[in-house]
Ligand binder design. Structure first.
Ligand code: SF4
Length: 340
């Protein structure tokens, strides 16, 4: 549930927003091909030599924590495809003033790694699951891996990762008839379900505002079967939460398009190839990899320059994503190479 937390971040933008949440993409590669994210034959991956090493990543995170970042969400592509993902969690937890660590995963490798991730210090997990129907899963992801996701969710619960959140994207005429069944299953399993509006960030450029499933539609459908009451406190959380049938269980809606929440945004993003983004929809990035690999700089100068670029990025942050602006242009980098 949204919470108000004491924020002592120095990363304050010109709109008064304090940034404390860093979304870190560990890789742009993925083991699924979700239709709303990338084409089935997509293979334009970032060359491995351009990906940050774990040492480089720790340098950026150490400086970011000193500037006020206290939450790190590991994302991808699919973060658990990175061979040392468990070690990354372990090393983040070994940093001075360690941040809270969570992960957004497609769940395919979660059953095998849940225990090791928990032992390394992972607190909670978000798993993407858009349908409870195996054939529909296969059609939506081009992979017959539904059982692996369900096994991953069960493993996360079994090892005590909490909360176990499930992120669901509804597509018109594809799975938009499943909101009620998804919520019923989530209540049975103890998953914290959040529906995410489809965003104009796909690699295939297929997003169409006129046809997307909106928050209003989702709430209408859910209200046919459940009594929903708004959770009063939201804070900077992306999800608008609703108590289900009086609570304490909740369901969330992340409505970036129709109910933007940029006014309280506290997030920054680091791509797998070391580019700093002040917004999911940013068109500009600041290169941290070049600083990390600049042989003319010593460690202190590298850290100073990363610190400076963190502040430059935040100070340049726009008030919102501008999707409703006629001048809006989809960022050149797809969601799969930015991270959720
Ligand atoms: S769209 Fe950008 S500014 Fe708005 S909430 Fe997302 S990251 Fe923050």
């Amino acid at each position: 549930m949204g919470e108000l937390r004491m924020i002592d971040s120095k990363l304050i933008d010109t709109h008064g927003r304090a940034h404390r949440d860093m979304r870190v993409s560990l890789t742009d590669r993925c083991s699924l091909r979700c239709t709303y994210c990338m084409p089935a034959d997509f293979a334009q991956w970032i060359p491995s030599a351009e990906l940050l090493t774990t040492d480089e990543l720790m340098t950026v995170l150490r400086v970011s924590i000193e500037e006020g970042i206290d939450e790190v969400r590991l994302t991808g592509g699919e973060p658990l495809l990175r061979p040392d993902a468990v070690d990354v969690v372990h090393r983040i937890n070994a940093l001075p003033k360690p941040p809270r660590v969570s992960i957004t995963t497609n769940g395919l490798r979660l059953a095998a790694q849940a225990g090791a991730l928990r032992d390394a210090g992972l607190e909670r997990v978000n798993v993407s699951l858009d349908t409870l129907d195996r054939d529909r899963f296969k059609a939506m992801t081009h992979r017959d891996r539904f059982d692996d996701v369900i096994a991953g969710l069960a493993a996360a619960k079994a090892v005590g990762l909490a909360p176990v959140k499930v992120n669901t994207v509804l597509m018109p005429g594809v799975n938009d008839d499943e909101s009620v069944t998804m919520l019923r299953r989530a209540l049975d399993e103890g998953w914290r379900l959040r529906f995410i509006e489809q965003m104009p960030l796909d690699a295939g450029g297929i997003w169409n505002r006129a046809s997307m499933v909106t928050a209003e539609r989702i709430l209408d459908d859910l209200s046919q079967a459940f009594d929903l009451t708004p959770v009063p406190v939201r804070g900077s959380a992306p999800a608008e939460e609703f108590f289900v049938d009086g609570g304490p269980e909740t369901v969330g809606i992340i409505a970036s398009v129709t109910r933007p929440f940029c006014g309280n945004c506290d997030r920054m993003r680091l791509t797998a190839d070391g580019q700093l983004r002040n917004c999911l929809f940013a068109r500009d990035e600041l290169d941290l990899r070049a600083v990390l690999r600049d042989e003319t700089l010593d460690e202190a100068s590298i850290e100073a320059e990363i610190r400076r670029r963190l502040h430059v990025s935040v100070e340049a942050k726009l008030p919102g994503h501008g999707i409703d602006d006629p001048s809006f242009i989809q960022p050149p980098r797809p969601m799969s190479a930015i991270g959720g």
